[in-house]
Design a protein around this ligand. Structure first.
Ligand code: HEM
Length: 278
């Protein structure tokens, strides 16, 4: 350290053993050498980095989501709230990334588009795990991963257990709300279907919010999370529209119209529904 005289001191990098520590700890040699380029087009680097950083954030999100579910299961909502809030902020950060990608023109993208072949974010298994963990479970979205045993095992593990929303419903039950047995024990791999008992329970929480404050706060945290996820989907769709218009996606979908439809897929349906009946 060198003292500047005002009490603030800057680190010195004279000690070469220490100056290596940062790069070693972060494995920078590896990290900064995996941005492989396809054909040398200028915008490839941005394209690769934005996907890689998104995947790193998905990794953190999954770590937080797993812990949040475990904490809800043991009724430790305060700890789960912190984790859900963090996921929501990471989602906001990911949505901000579309601003950067929006600087890529159709021409910039076309300069390397053919090199992508049929690879697409549609095949992002971490993204799919995130959707599945929250509760948006669509069997068709598992298809691209079932031929990769270690990924398929992990996804099957997620699908065999209740989602974050299923855990929220079980929590309502533990707090004395009359939830239909069909919602407490079911085939978790199947997509969640709205149920009147769940609607009534959330409605009761909101109607007497001061009495059920923690559950009310929990529901609002889930609403934040749903909002943040939908914002990401919306910004993705708009950015894609700006770059490829109505062309088909590299993954083979109809492109923007597919992404618009994805916006209709919900995570915590009754929590949004009850706003119309309060
Ligand atoms: C030039 C930039 C991009 C374009 C043109 C683009 C285009 C598309 C299109 C057309 C789809 C629909 C599936 C298909 O046919 O391929 C899709 C899906 C997807 N993309 Fe992108 N994308 C871009 C950037 C990104 C980035 C930076 C991420 C971040 C990880 C991402 C993640 C995803 C995910 C997760 C899906 C699946 C969505 C779902 O199934 O609901 N994309 N993308």
């Amino acid at each position: 350290m060198t003292d500047s005289g005002d009490g603030a001191s800057a680190p010195t990098s004279l000690d070469t053993t220490k100056s290596k520590a940062y790069g070693d700890f972060l494995h920078l040699d590896q990290l900064l050498n995996i941005q492989h380029r396809f054909n040398g087009a200028h915008d490839e680097l941005l394209f690769v980095v934005i996907h890689q950083t998104s995947e790193l954030w998905f990794k953190v999100i999954l770590h937080e989501a797993r812990a949040a579910v475990a904490n809800i299961r043991k009724d430790d909502l305060r700890t789960a709230f912190k984790m859900i809030a963090r996921i929501t902020r990471i989602q906001a950060q990911l949505s901000q990334a579309w601003e950067v990608l929006g600087t890529m023109t159709p021409n910039d993208y076309l300069a390397f588009r053919d090199e992508l072949g049929d690879s697409s974010g549609f095949q992002s298994y971490q993204y799919r795990m995130f959707e599945f963990m929250l509760g948006d479970r669509q069997a068709a979205n598992f298809a691209p991963h079932q031929h990769h045993p270690h990924i398929a095992d992990e996804i099957n593990g997620i699908l065999a257990a209740p989602s974050l929303y299923d855990e929220a419903i079980a929590l309502l039950h533990r707090n004395g709300f009359a939830i239909a047995p069909s919602q407490l024990e079911r085939d978790w791999s199947k997509r969640y279907q709205r149920h009147p008992s769940v609607h009534d329970a959330w409605q009761a929480v909101y109607r007497e919010n001061t009495r059920h404050w923690e559950l009310y706060e929990f529901a609002e945290k889930l609403a934040d999370l749903e909002d943040a996820f939908q914002n990401w989907r919306f910004r993705h769709m708009r950015t894609v529209q700006r770059i490829i218009g109505e062309k088909r996606g590299t993954g083979g979908s109809s492109g923007v119209s597919y992404l618009k439809r994805a916006l209709e897929r919900e995570f915590f349906p009754e929590i949004i529904d009850i706003r119309s009946t309060l």
